[in-house]
Design a protein around this ligand. Structure first.
Ligand SMILES: Nc1ncnc2c1ncn2[C@@H]1O[C@H](COP(=O)(O)OP(=O)(O)OP(=O)(O)O)[C@@H](O)[C@H]1O
Length: 275
């Protein structure tokens, strides 16, 4: 469903000059699978997901979604993918139903099919109680479900969740994870990016640990644990990041290596998510 090969994105940054945000990464995700992209702030997760959903053009490398190339067949890719983030705009004056319907029309869906699809979606996501609630009166949890419905209205086989639980309370985040699991049961291909380790541990079939634009390692949780002989996922994660930092230090100081102790505060930006 998703194939990524040596995907790379560089930005021209006023302060940093040419900056490699995503550096030759490769991975695949199948139907009925949840693939987790786990990495600290700035690792490059959003950049990867934006390239997959055709918002950003790769600098080099190849990415296909449902067999379509993200550059050459961008319109086809958009028909086969839905993007859920934590900051999707919900219009104050539109009701949940109107908003999802509006995005269905933008996808060119015919009225009858669209109505049928909305009925299914509102049932599936248990949104019938707030069909007529306007955006201005929605709770954060309702808004997040409307964002998911909006991303799913054209029934794409691939769904991308970019830090989708950010800012949600524990209960709403838990419900969201349950929805994502049910989408896996329905055979969707899902990518879920986060910096919260417990979420990938609980949710994802396979995980890629991303840091400084690179995938440091990937596999199922048990493959990663076996390979690194470490059962504690947090230790495993920080171990991978530390090894990478040491490699960078070694190459920049030409043999004068120095142990770099990464700690929670470097990554969670003080939000305690890694604690
Ligand atoms: N338009 C841009 N111009 C220059 N640099 C950018 C741009 N967008 C992102 N970056 C940089 O690219 C790197 C990767 O950013 P990205 O948003 O993809 O990471 P992330 O893993 O999603 O982190 P976060 O969770 O903080 O969004 C960061 O160093 C970021 O500052």
């Amino acid at each position: 469903m998703i194939h990524v090969q040596h995907l790379t994105k560089t930005y021209e940054d006023l302060q940093r000059g040419r900056f490699v945000a995503v550096d030759h990464i490769s991975f695949s995700v199948q139907k009925g699978e949840i693939f987790g992209l786990l990495g600290p702030n700035g690792a490059g997760k959003t950049t990867v997901l934006r390239m997959l959903s055709t918002v950003l053009e790769p600098t080099s490398g190849i990415a296909t979604v449902a067999g379509y190339d993200v550059v050459r067949d961008a319109a086809d890719v958009r028909r086969h993918i839905g993007f859920v983030s934590n900051n999707t705009a919900i219009y104050d004056r539109m009701t949940a139903w109107e908003l999802v319907e509006y995005f269905g029309r933008l996808h060119g869906m015919q009225r009858d099919y669209l109505n049928e699809r909305l009925e299914t979606l509102f049932d599936q996501l248990r949104m019938n109680d707030y069909r007529d609630v306007p955006g201005a009166k929605m709770s954060t949890g309702m808004k997040q479900k409307v964002s998911i419905a909006r991303a799913m209205v054209h029934d794409p086989p691939v769904l991308v969740f970019d830090e989708a639980t950010l800012g949600l309370d524990v209960l709403v985040a838990r419900n969201l994870l349950a929805v994502i699991r049910s989408l896996r049961e329905a055979g969707k291909c899902l990518i879920f990016s986060t910096h919260i380790m417990s979420e990938v541990e609980r949710l994802c079939d396979r995980i890629a640990v991303m840091y400084r634009g690179k995938i440091l390692d990937s596999g199922t949780l048990s493959e990663l644990r076996d390979r690194h002989e470490e059962n504690d996922f947090e230790e495993l994660f920080f171990g991978l990041l530390n090894q990478h930092e040491q490699r960078i230090q070694q190459s920049s100081t030409a043999g004068h290596s120095k142990h770099v102790d990464l700690d929670v505060a470097d990554f969670g930006k003080g939000n305690g998510q890694y604690a």
